[in-house]
Design a protein around this ligand. Structure first.
Ligand SMILES: [Cu+2]
Length: 124
Protein backbone atom coordinates (compact mmCIF):
# COMPACT_ATOMS: atom_id res chain seq x y z
CA UNK A 1 0.00 0.00 0.00
CA UNK A 2 2.78 2.37 0.99
CA UNK A 3 4.57 1.62 -2.24
CA UNK A 4 1.36 2.27 -4.19
CA UNK A 5 0.94 5.68 -2.52
CA UNK A 6 4.58 6.60 -3.16
CA UNK A 7 4.35 5.54 -6.80
CA UNK A 8 1.10 7.46 -7.27
CA UNK A 9 2.59 10.59 -5.74
CA UNK A 10 5.69 10.29 -7.93
CA UNK A 11 3.51 9.92 -11.03
CA UNK A 12 1.38 12.91 -10.04
CA UNK A 13 4.48 15.02 -9.50
CA UNK A 14 5.81 14.00 -12.92
CA UNK A 15 2.53 14.91 -14.61
CA UNK A 16 2.57 18.28 -12.86
CA UNK A 17 6.18 19.03 -13.80
CA UNK A 18 5.59 18.06 -17.44
CA UNK A 19 2.47 20.23 -17.69
CA UNK A 20 4.22 23.24 -16.15
CA UNK A 21 7.10 22.74 -18.57
CA UNK A 22 4.70 22.47 -21.52
CA UNK A 23 2.99 25.67 -20.43
CA UNK A 24 6.31 27.55 -20.24
CA UNK A 25 7.28 26.26 -23.66
CA UNK A 26 3.97 27.37 -25.07
CA UNK A 27 4.71 30.87 -23.76
CA UNK A 28 8.25 31.17 -25.05
CA UNK A 29 7.40 29.73 -28.48
CA UNK A 30 4.51 32.06 -29.18
CA UNK A 31 6.50 35.26 -29.58
CA UNK A 32 9.85 36.99 -29.46
CA UNK A 33 11.26 39.45 -26.95
CA UNK A 34 11.38 42.97 -28.30
CA UNK A 35 12.11 46.47 -27.00
CA UNK A 36 10.17 49.36 -28.50
CA UNK A 37 10.66 53.05 -27.80
CA UNK A 38 7.65 55.22 -28.45
CA UNK A 39 4.63 57.17 -27.31
CA UNK A 40 1.74 55.67 -25.36
CA UNK A 41 -1.50 56.27 -27.27
CA UNK A 42 -5.15 55.68 -26.56
CA UNK A 43 -6.13 53.69 -29.61
CA UNK A 44 -9.63 55.23 -29.97
CA UNK A 45 -8.45 58.80 -30.52
CA UNK A 46 -5.43 57.80 -32.56
CA UNK A 47 -7.37 55.61 -34.97
CA UNK A 48 -10.28 58.00 -35.39
CA UNK A 49 -8.45 61.32 -35.66
CA UNK A 50 -4.72 60.67 -35.15
CA UNK A 51 -4.77 62.49 -31.82
CA UNK A 52 -1.51 62.19 -29.90
CA UNK A 53 1.16 64.18 -28.10
CA UNK A 54 1.08 66.60 -25.16
CA UNK A 55 -2.11 68.43 -26.29
CA UNK A 56 -3.97 65.14 -26.19
CA UNK A 57 -2.55 63.91 -22.88
CA UNK A 58 -5.63 64.62 -20.73
CA UNK A 59 -8.01 62.98 -23.20
CA UNK A 60 -5.68 60.01 -23.63
CA UNK A 61 -5.56 59.52 -19.83
CA UNK A 62 -9.36 59.56 -19.61
CA UNK A 63 -9.72 57.17 -22.54
CA UNK A 64 -7.22 54.74 -21.04
CA UNK A 65 -8.84 54.92 -17.60
CA UNK A 66 -12.15 54.02 -19.28
CA UNK A 67 -10.50 50.88 -20.57
CA UNK A 68 -9.79 51.85 -24.17
CA UNK A 69 -6.83 49.77 -25.36
CA UNK A 70 -3.38 51.35 -25.27
CA UNK A 71 -1.03 51.33 -28.24
CA UNK A 72 2.58 52.32 -28.70
CA UNK A 73 3.80 54.22 -31.76
CA UNK A 74 7.52 54.32 -32.54
CA UNK A 75 9.47 56.96 -34.47
CA UNK A 76 8.87 55.15 -37.78
CA UNK A 77 5.09 55.17 -37.20
CA UNK A 78 4.91 51.45 -36.45
CA UNK A 79 2.02 50.65 -34.10
CA UNK A 80 1.90 48.04 -31.38
CA UNK A 81 -1.19 47.13 -29.42
CA UNK A 82 -0.15 46.87 -25.77
CA UNK A 83 -1.38 43.96 -23.72
CA UNK A 84 -0.90 42.52 -20.26
CA UNK A 85 1.59 39.73 -19.71
CA UNK A 86 -0.42 37.71 -17.20
CA UNK A 87 2.72 36.68 -15.34
CA UNK A 88 3.89 40.30 -14.83
CA UNK A 89 0.84 42.62 -14.82
CA UNK A 90 2.64 45.47 -13.00
CA UNK A 91 4.42 47.16 -15.93
CA UNK A 92 1.27 47.10 -18.09
CA UNK A 93 -0.71 48.79 -15.29
CA UNK A 94 2.09 51.33 -14.90
CA UNK A 95 1.61 52.36 -18.56
CA UNK A 96 -2.00 53.34 -17.84
CA UNK A 97 -0.59 56.43 -16.09
CA UNK A 98 1.83 57.26 -18.90
CA UNK A 99 -0.51 58.41 -21.68
CA UNK A 100 1.25 60.60 -24.27
CA UNK A 101 4.64 59.92 -22.65
CA UNK A 102 7.68 58.54 -24.41
CA UNK A 103 8.58 55.19 -22.94
CA UNK A 104 10.74 52.17 -23.61
CA UNK A 105 8.76 48.96 -23.40
CA UNK A 106 10.20 45.47 -23.44
CA UNK A 107 7.86 42.58 -23.97
CA UNK A 108 6.87 39.51 -25.86
CA UNK A 109 5.85 40.41 -29.41
CA UNK A 110 3.21 38.30 -31.11
CA UNK A 111 2.16 39.11 -34.65
CA UNK A 112 -1.04 37.68 -36.12
CA UNK A 113 -3.04 38.64 -39.20
CA UNK A 114 -0.88 41.74 -39.60
CA UNK A 115 -1.46 42.94 -36.05
CA UNK A 116 1.46 43.49 -33.69
CA UNK A 117 0.70 42.89 -30.02
CA UNK A 118 3.33 43.59 -27.39
CA UNK A 119 2.83 41.77 -24.08
CA UNK A 120 4.46 44.19 -21.65
CA UNK A 121 7.18 42.82 -19.38
CA UNK A 122 9.01 45.99 -18.38
CA UNK A 123 8.76 49.76 -18.80
CA UNK A 124 11.43 52.46 -18.67
CU1 LIG B 1 -8.58 60.25 -26.18
Amino acid sequence: MRKFVTTSLTLLTMVFVVSVYAHEQHHSKSGKTMTVQGEVLDSACYFTHEARGAEHEDCAKKCIQKGIPMALIDSTGALYLLNEDHETPGPYNQLKNMAAKNVTVTGNLIEKQGMKVLFVQSVK
